[in-house]
Design a protein around this ligand. Sequence first.
Ligand SMILES: Cc1ncc(COP(=O)(O)O)c(C=O)c1O
Length: 374
Amino acid sequence: MTRHVKLARPIFKKKDFEFIEEKMHKILESGWLTSGRYVEELEKGFTKLVGTRHAIATTNATSALHAMMASLDPSREDEVVVPANTFASTANAALYVGARPVLADCDAESFNVSAETIAPQITEKTRAVIVTHIGGNPCEMDPIVSLCKSRGLVLIEDSAHATGSRYRGKPCGSFSLGSAFSMYPNKIITSAEGGVICTDSDQLDRFSRTFRNVGRVNFGDGPIVMLGYNYRMSDVHAAIGLSQLRHVEGFVNSRNRLAEKYTRMLEETEWLEPQKVSTHSYSSYYAYIVKLSAKAPISRDKLAVALKAKGIGTTVIYTPLNQQPYFARFSRRTISMPNAEAIGSRSLALPLHPGMTADDVSYVVKAIRSVAPK
Ligand SMILES: Cc1ncc(COP(=O)(O)O)c(C=O)c1O
């Protein structure tokens, strides 16, 4: 019988069902189903996890990024440097508010943007930089923070993958004006759909709370003071998120143990290069990404198909934005993105989630070896 090893899946244990059920009763009995005490508890939990003064829950990380970009009130002339190797939401955040995303290549080993890849994209029009901690691997933040400070640029972190990640011991999401976390079901923790903004800025905190509430200050008949959106998280979602928040450390530790096993077992497979996490970083290991060398005995796409036939789920993180039909128009023609393009065509994310066993990892690695020996 074929074993099935899913790429990702959310984990809920019996105690989590009890926890959620109890809260669901309270929510439904109270008659107050939208943002209430559980959203507040979730926000408090994120301030503790990330170490920021404020956390603001939203409908998802996409809306969290939108809120942060809107708070900058950019003009049509403003440019925002974003990674080529990221999800659409990172660049869309700039587009939603009329600014222009400018793509930066990533480092060939960490798969993240770096000060070296961001710097050439900065012009006199650059207003902000958004970095994405790809697969949970922390970007090299010290030089990025220095670069943004020295050029007077706002720094934002897309921390959608980076719940529980740390750079030099400090949580990802605490290095910038504001950061966006995702609680989509395949992320480190989930609330079904959900996002959180973390920030030390009182101004961004106030702005985001009003922005997510259709521009209205507080509930009831508070004044409408800006163009806002309905980006509120409900207590129903927050209750699920709270049950997961208790497990961040455990989930991330399990992911790291499984990732270590992958790395050990793949050492002798010379044509596969795992994403490099630096020794001063702790990745959430949202994803275990491997890049096939140019001399690999099988193509990435054929490998993915062969693994699928053995019940193994994989995905690509990511086809770079400059190669996506919609975003191609925003890449500067004179600058290519060779590293992001190599990742887009030659990398694969292997299954990784806390519900997997060490045996599942062995099964995946043996499957890789069987379809393309050393
Ligand atoms: C890097 C990155 N940023 C933002 C998002 C958007 O997250 P959400 O689905 O919570 O809007 C995702 C979703 O996968 C992502 O991978």
